[in-house]
Unconditional design. Structure first.
Length: 72
């Protein structure tokens, strides 16, 4: 099972921008995630094609199951 921590922000165009971090440390510390996202917005640390990130929207852990299918 692959897990990612997704950080979702709103950019200057009002669109949602998603950044995904693979294999997050668990359990996730919500206070640390909030503080990191605040810092990203304040310091303009990341950019998007729709302009600066202006506010945080949400954060979530996404789990993905992959089952390989054998081909002959």
């Amino acid at each position: 099972m692959a897990k990612t921590l997704e950080l979702l922000f709103e950019n200057a165009e009002g669109k949602t921008v998603r950044y995904a971090l693979n294999d997050p440390v668990e359990p996730v510390n919500e206070a640390n995630v909030n503080a990191a996202m605040d810092d990203i917005v304040k310091q303009n640390a990341l950019s998007s094609s729709g302009g600066d990130l202006i506010k945080k929207k949400s954060a979530r852990i996404v789990e993905r199951n992959v089952t390989e299918i054998e081909l002959s």
